[in-house]
Design a protein around this ligand. Structure first.
Ligand SMILES: [Zn+2]
Length: 72
């Protein structure tokens, strides 16, 4: 590859894909399993992990502030 800009472009594309995937189908960083959107009794919409007895991952809309596991 001779284009000096190529590595930067590839890196940016990878970042975008990762961000989109996280937004569309978040994963529980603890259980490495897919989560689904769920409505709680108090009318909050949350991402719910189905591992074990299940647990709330994060409130819907807060994913943008929650980086995927392993990104650090
Ligand atoms: Zn979980």
């Amino acid at each position: 590859m001779t284009d000096p800009a190529a590595p930067g472009i590839a890196g940016a594309a990878q970042e975008t894909v990762r961000a989109v995937l996280w937004q569309v189908w978040p994963m529980c960083p603890e259980h490495r399993t897919g989560v689904r959107m769920d409505a709680r009794a108090d009318d909050r919409a949350v991402w719910w992990c189905r591992a074990g007895v299940g647990h709330e991952l994060v409130e819907v809309g807060e994913l943008a502030q929650t980086p995927p596991a392993g990104s650090a």
